[in-house]
Design a protein. Structure first.
Length: 364
């Protein structure tokens, strides 16, 4: 297993290709001589054996053999406990730190081969970043904070102020344009950070535990706001969190990390229903199935879609259907985002999940 597998190279900005960011066998190793373990082809032994050798020889594989694709327009959540390597991985993806080996392909271009000048331009124009500590400039107003990256780009004053006002309105802070960071609540400060990162119109958006410093109620509100913005903007998003509930709520797909390795990648329903190992099973055991399983997960597409008097959006979680099921609804027509029928959700399938969830709670 090595780095010599071919990678599909796309034309930059090719909208027809589903993959926006591809990560191929990425390692980040800390120690006295990490380069010793990788040649021009990457590495030539099994990654598990290499990981053991690195640790035995006093090196730390903070990220070990990470491989995945992130699809255009999806929210890809990387999650794990503290020390699992998730924040190190996202910093490798943006080259805030340099990987020890591997490939990171943005629209087919290997980011590890671009020069510093091109990398700076990519960060200024193609990437947006939001971090836990907000990072606002205390001496600048809300409007000037949001406009700051556009100033760095050299945009004319009128253009950057107009764009900043648009972004401030987008995140619901109209009327606070002249306020300073110390005059804002934590949730408002994070909204400013989000607006600032969106001001440059990034194609790829990195969020590293953006809501973990917030109180639970405000955190929930910011998750709602984040999902609302994604419905409008359809960004490609890499979202880092240690909170399994948050991951399942915001993510289209999840990658679960442990000790630098990616243990499982899948949609929330796949992970909670078919955990890859005991670690993932324990990690998800307290997550209510009814808050994770959606109508799309249980839809039946066999034969023609039979219209039902009841319809439901594909993204609806079972929790929201309990009262309708209790009222005796036997089936639902499941609709996609364009309100087109994609199949039928039978009450029996939904009730089977409810029973499984009940039995999980009893066992725990």
């Amino acid at each position: 297993m090595g780095m010599d597998r071919p990678a599909t190279v796309l034309s930059r900005g090719d909208k027809s290709h589903p993959v926006k960011l591809a990560c191929r066998n990425v390692w980040k190793v800390y120690g006295s001589r990490p380069e010793y373990y990788f040649d021009s082809r990457g590495y030539t032994i099994d990654p598990s054996a290499l990981t053991e050798r690195l640790r035995a020889e006093h090196h730390i594989p903070a990220v070990a053999d990470a491989t995945f694709d992130i699809l255009r327009g999806e929210i890809f959540v990387i999650m794990g406990l503290s020390g699992s390597g998730k924040s190190t991985l996202v910093r490798c993806l943006s080259r805030l730190i340099e990987p020890s080996a591997g490939q990171i392909l943005l629209d087919g271009y290997d980011l590890l081969k671009v020069g510093n000048r091109e990398l700076v331009e990519l960060r200024r124009h193609a990437m947006g970043m939001v971090f836990q500590n907000f990072g606002l400039l205390p001496h600048l107003s809300v409007l000037d904070n949001v406009a700051f990256p556009l100033k760095i780009q050299g945009r004319p004053a009128g253009e950057r102020i107009a764009r900043a006002r648009e972004m401030v309105a987008l995140v619901g802070l109209e009327g606070r344009e002249r306020a300073f960071p110390h005059q804002l609540s934590g949730g408002q400060q994070q909204r400013v950070g989000i607006a600032r990162s969106l001001a440059v119109g990034p194609e790829l958006w990195y969020l590293d535990e953006p809501f973990s410093a917030l109180d639970p109620l405000i955190r929930r509100q910011m998750q709602d706001e984040f999902l609302r913005l994604q419905q409008l903007l359809k960004k490609t998003i890499v979202f880092i969190t240690h909170d399994i509930t948050e991951a399942f709520r915001v993510g289209d797909r999840l990658a679960i990390m442990r000790e630098g390795r990616i243990i499982q990648i899948g949609r929330p329903a796949e992970i909670v229903l078919k955990p890859a190992d005991e670690y993932v099973s324990r990690f998800t055991e307290d997550v209510p199935l009814t808050r994770v399983i959606t109508a799309r997960d249980l839809v039946s597409t066999s034969g023609d879609v039979q219209p039902s008097s009841e319809s439901v959006a594909a993204s609806t979680v079972l929790d929201e259907l309990v009262l309708r099921l209790a009222a005796g609804v036997n089936s639902f027509t499941v609709l996609d985002e364009q309100q087109r029928p994609i199949g039928t959700l039978n009450a029996a399938a939904a009730l089977a999940v409810l029973e499984r969830d009940r039995m999980r709670r009893i066992r725990s």
